[in-house]
Design a protein around this ligand. Structure first.
Ligand code: ADP
Ligand code: MG
Length: 334
């Protein structure tokens, strides 16, 4: 007897395919993937496990990656009233706030990148930045920006290394880690995978991607979004063992009278930075790569590229307002 549309030879083929898959997963190892939402964006983890490692180990690792991203989000989100970041923003101008060693470290890196970029990267941009509501297409009035501009000042964030505290020496200061936290999060997740022996992996959160090794003998291909055509890729970059972060003016924005108001703020003006439309930074450290993509976006093509060309271990791909792509020295072919 045969079922409708199904005969014995098809059954044999299925059994054979299934057995081959089983043999392959025990002999060749296997890729595992998962996508999930966190930090207001799409995250993705993908890794390869050797044949002797089971699907249970893969499950545990995927859960560990998801938990880590959610833990960092809970600590650093400006949208959660009980996050450590929200507590800092409420209390640090009144008295020093005790913080976790990892948050302290992130504030130190933020301050370092601020100094490096003459304040183009500045987590106190939020003193003005929080007055924008991109979803509601709302922006602060010129006078509101003018009166809050003096509260964008990274030197007003006081870090006490001995007591692990942060305080603000001005009342109206607010900080936000949106320009650096996702890079830190993918780095943390990659460390979890690496310390469990994973040798080929990709972890991403929005425009931040970090990689362990290659894709089994081939490079990973990381796409940079087309800045003006949703769902299109401008270029694919072959990479391994590195991190890449893209900052674009198309992630959160609204257009009013032909002007694009978006989420990357020039700390000197309190207005959106408009010198370029997309910046990708490549380098070993996902946290710095994230901070630098925001930084170079604010600095623009000539100053931003000059900064990257002087830093060893970092490369940049910048798309300007005419949608021309520019590469840092290390990416140019001779
Ligand atoms: P995305 O968050 O879209 O991946 P970025 O890494 O460029 O892109 O981060 C943009 C975020 O950085 C903004 O949403 C905001 O939280 C923060 N930010 C904006 N302007 C600055 C700035 N001048 N310095 C530091 N952080 C900034
Ligand atoms: Mg960034």
């Amino acid at each position: 007897m045969t079922m409708v549309g199904f005969n014995i030879s098809m059954y044999k083929k299925l059994v054979l395919t299934f057995s081959l898959l089983l043999v392959c997963s025990t002999v060749c190892g296997q890729w595992y993937k998962e996508s999930f939402k966190v930090m207001g964006t799409q995250a993705h983890v993908e890794f390869w496990l050797a044949p002797e490692q089971s699907i249970q180990i893969a499950r545990v690792l995927i859960e560990a990656v998801k938990d880590e991203m959610h833990r960092i989000d809970k600590e650093m989100s400006p949208y959660k009233v009980n996050s450590l970041l929200s507590v800092i923003n409420r209390q640090a101008s009144i008295s020093p706030v005790k913080i976790s060693p990892e948050l302290f470290e992130l504030l130190k890196v933020s301050s370092e990148v601020s100094k490096l970029s003459d304040g183009a990267f500045d987590i106190t941009f939020a003193s003005v930045g929080y007055k924008y509501d991109y979803r509601a297409s709302k922006r602060p009035k010129k006078e509101t920006i003018a009166s809050a501009l003096s509260s964008i000042d990274y030197s007003a964030v006081i870090l006490d290394e001995k007591n692990l505290t942060v305080s603000f020496n001005q009342a109206a200061i607010k900080i936000d880690l949106g320009g650096i936290a996702k890079g830190f999060a993918v780095k943390q997740c990659l460390n979890i995978l690496a310390s469990n022996g994973v040798e080929h992996a990709l972890v991403s959160a929005g425009g931040d991607t970090a990689l362990i090794g290659d894709r089994l003998g081939r490079d990973w291909l990381v796409g940079i979004k087309h800045p003006r055509a949703e769902h299109k890729t401008a270029v694919q970059i072959p990479l391994n063992n590195e991190a890449i972060s893209t900052s674009g003016d198309y992630e959160r924005y609204f257009i009013e009278d032909g002007v694009r108001y978006h989420h990357i703020i020039n700390p000197k003006t309190g207005d959106s930075a408009r010198k370029v439309v997309s910046v990708s930074i490549i380098g070993k450290d996902a946290t710095y790569v994230d901070a630098l993509s925001t930084t170079v976006f604010v600095m623009g093509l000539s100053k931003g590229m000059a900064l990257i060309d002087k830093l060893s271990g970092y490369e940049a791909i910048i798309i300007d307002n005419q949608q021309t792509m520019h590469f840092s020295k290390g990416l140019q072919q001779n």
